[in-house]
Design a protein around this ligand. Structure first.
Ligand code: NG6
Ligand code: CA
Length: 503
C-alpha cells in the first residue's frame, strides 16, 4: 500500500522520535549483604530455597562470573557507586558507624549520573559509606553530607551495619524518631554514657558475641562501638527487613509515573542475624538461613509491587551481593552448628574477606523482560561497571576523571556479549588480577586463615596463579609452571595501580 505524503512524513517523524528518544526504564538494584555464591537455589543451593531470587533468574540472565569490587562492604559499595576501585582511595576500608562520608560530593556517582539522565533516585537500607563531615556526624542535627548530597533524591538508611552503633535509621539527613531531649552520643574508642555493654553485662544478652561485638547493648544484642541516648529512635532488629522493604516499596509506588532508580540495600544475611519471628526456624539452618529466607521475601515484595503496578516490562531489576559469605561473623548464632551440607560459597574457595574467588564472585542476576536475554552468562562483569554502563545506556557523557575504573559492559548485561570485561581487579587483603580465566593473586603477608571466621584468606608470600577454566576452586597454584604469565600479570597489575585509572 502506498502511503499518502502526509502520513509518510508523520511516520518518518515518529521513527526519528523513537531513534532519538533515550531509553528510560526504571532501575531497581537490590543489594544483599554477605549473600554467597552458593546461598541461592538458582546458584545450586539445595538446603535452602530462594523462590523470589530464582524467579528473577528464570525471567532474566544469571551471571556465573560477576563480581563485587571487594571482599568487604565499604570498598565494594564505594566502587559500585563511584566507578573507582576503592583501593585507590584512602579510608575506604570497613568503616565504623561514626565515620565521615567517604564519597566526595564533587564525585560523579551512579545516582548523580542517573539524576542527570532524568531519574528520581532513592537509597533504602544499608549505607556504610560514612555520613557527615570530617570527624563524623552530629546525630542530633541535619546530617550533611549524606546520600542526598551525592545524587539521591531520597534516602532511608542505617549509617553502617546492624552490628555497629548508632542503631537508628536516618531518613533524608535526620535520625528518625529522635527526641531532642535525649540526644545521641557515639564513641568508638571509649564507653560513653551508662548503658550496659556485652562485656560487663552478658546476662542481658539474647545473642552472645563469638568475637568482638561486646560493646553497647541495644535490643539485647551487644554491638561494635558505644552509644547512649536516642532511646525513642532505636531500631528493633526483628523489624528491620520489613521497615526497609516498606520504604522501598513506598518509593516505587510514589515514583511509578516517572523513571526512577532505587538502590535497595538489604541488611540480610549480615550479622547480627535477627530475622522477624515469622522466619525463625523456617530454614532449619538457624538465623543465617532464616535471614536468607527473609532476604528472599524482601526481593519478592519488590517484585510483587512491580507486578501490581505493571512496571515489570519497564524496569531493569538487578540482584547481587556486596561480598562473599561468612558463617561465624562474630555472634554465636548457630550458623556453624546448623550449616549441615550447605555450601555458602558453592564451588568457590574462600568467602568474605578472602582473596580467593568467593570473596568477590557473587550472585548476580539481571532482569528486563524482552530486552535482557534469559538464561545464564559466563561473562566477566563487575558492579563497578554499573556507572559507565548505565551512563552509556542513558546517553550521559562521563568526564575523563569520572568513574576511572568503570567499563561499559551493557551488552554483556543484556546477554549479547558473552565475554564482558577483558580484565578485572579483585580486592581483599591484597589485589588479584583476572584476565579471562587466569587469576593472579599478588603476594600477601597476612595470615592464611582468619581463625575467628575460619576464612581461607588466600594470602601467600609468593604470587599465585590459577586457571579458573579448569580449576574454579583454586586448588592448583600454577605460578611455578607459568613464570612468564606471573610476570606479565604482575606488570599489568602494577600498571593499573600506577595509571590511577583503568577505563
Ligand atoms: C568486621 C566485624 C564483622 C563485620 C565486618 C563488616 C568484628 C570482630 N567483626 O570487623 O562482624 O561487621 O567487620 O562487614 O568486629 S561488612 O559486610 O560490612 O564489610
Ligand atoms: Ca557485606
Amino acid at each position: 500500500m502506498k502511503m499518502k505524503p502526509l502520513l509518510g512524513a508523520l511516520f518518518f517523524l515518529y521513527l526519528a522520535a523513537v531513534v532519538v528518544a533515550q531509553p528510560r526504564p526504571n532501575i531497581v538494584l537490590i543489594y544483599a549483604d554477605d549473600l554467597g555464591y552458593g546461598d541461592v537455589s538458582s546458584y545450586g543451593a539445595t538446603t535452602i530455597k530462594t523462590p523470589n531470587m530464582d524467579r528473577l533468574a528464570r525471567e532474566g540472565l544469571r551471571f556465573t562470573d560477576a563480581h563485587a569490587a571487594a571482599a568487604t562492604c565499604t570498598p565494594s559499595r564505594y566502587a559500585m557507586l563511584t566507578g573507582e576501585y576503592a583501593w585507590r582511595k584512602k579510608g575506604t576500608g570497613v568503616l565504623p558507624g561514626n565515620a565521615a562520608m567517604v564519597i566526595d560530593t564533587r564525585q560523579t556517582t551512579l545516582a548523580s549520573m542517573l539524576q542527570k539522565a532524568g531519574y528520581t533516585t532513592g537509597v533504602v537500607g544499608k549505607w556504610h559509606l560514612g555520613l557527615g563531615p570530617q570527624g563524623g556526624p552530629d546525630w542530633n542535627r541535619e546530617i550533611a553530607p549524606s546520600p542526598n548530597h551525592i545524587g539521591f533524591n531520597y534516602s532511608f538508611i542505617m549509617a553502617a551495619t546492624g552490628d555497629r552503633v548508632p542503631t537508628v535509621y536516618v531518613e533524608n539527613n535526620r535520625v528518625v524518631g529522635l527526641d531532642p531531649a535525649d540526644p545521641i552520643k557515639v564513641d568508638y574508642t571509649k564507653p560513653i554514657g551508662d548503658w550496659p555493654t556485652g562485656k560487663a553485662n552478658p546476662e542481658l544478652l539474647k545473642m552472645h558475641p563469638s568475637h568482638g561485638h561486646d560493646m553497647t547493648i541495644v535490643n539485647g544484642i551487644s554491638r561494635i562501638g558505644y552509644m547512649t541516648g536516642g532511646k525513642a529512635a532505636l531500631w528493633k532488629d526483628e523489624d528491620m527487613a520489613d521497615v526497609f522493604t516498606s520504604k522501598a516499596v513506598q518509593f516505587i509506588e510514589q515514583q511509578k509515573a516517572k523513571p526512577f532508580f532505587l538502590y535497595f540495600a538489604l541488611h540480610d544475611p549480615h550479622v547480627p542475624r535477627v530475622p522477624h519471628p515469622r522466619f525463625v526456624g523456617k530454614s532449619g539452618m538457624g538465623p543465617r538461613g532464616d535471614a536468607i529466607l527473609q532476604a528472599d521475601y524482601c526481593v519478592g515484595e519488590v517484585l510483587k509491587k512491580l507486578d501490581q503496578l505493571k512496571l515489570v516490562n519497564n524496569t531493569i531489576v538487578i540482584l547481587t551481593s556486596d561480598n562473599g559469605p561468612v558463617v561465624d561473623d562474630g555472634y554465636k548464632d548457630d550458623a556453624v552448628e546448623k550449616l549441615g551440607q550447605h555450601k555458602p560459597a558453592g564451588p568457590l574457595r574462600g568467602g568474605k574477606y578472602s582473596n580467593f574467588e568467593a570473596g568477590t564472585r557473587v550472585p548476580f542476576i539481571v532482569r528486563w523482560p524482552g530486552q535482557v536475554k534469559r538464561g545464564v552468562s559466563n561473562a566477566l562483569v563487575s558492579q563497578i561497571d554499573f556507572l559507565a554502563s548505565f551512563a552509556a545506556f542513558t546517553k550521559q557523557n562521563l568526564a575523563q576523571a569520572d568513574a576511572p575504573d568503570s567499563y561499559n559492559v551493557m551488552s554483556a548485561l543484556f546477554g549479547k556479549d558473552k565475554t564482558g570485561r577483558e580484565h578485572l581487579v579483585e580486592q581483599a587483603s591484597v589485589l588479584s588480577l583476572r584476565v579471562g580465566n587466569w587469576k593472579y593473586i599478588e603476594p600477601g603477608r597476612g595470615p592464611k586463615i582468619i581463625a575467628n571466621t575460619n576464612t581461607e584468606t588466600g594470602n601467600d608470600p609468593n604470587g599465585q596463579l590459577y586457571d579458573l577454566a579448569s580449576d574454579m576452586g583454586e586448588t592448583r597454584n600454577l605460578a611455578a609452571q607459568h613464570p612468564d604469565k606471573v610476570k606479565e600479570m604482575t606488570a599489568r597489575l602494577q600498571k593499573i595501580r600506577q595509571d590511577g585509572r583503568s577505563r
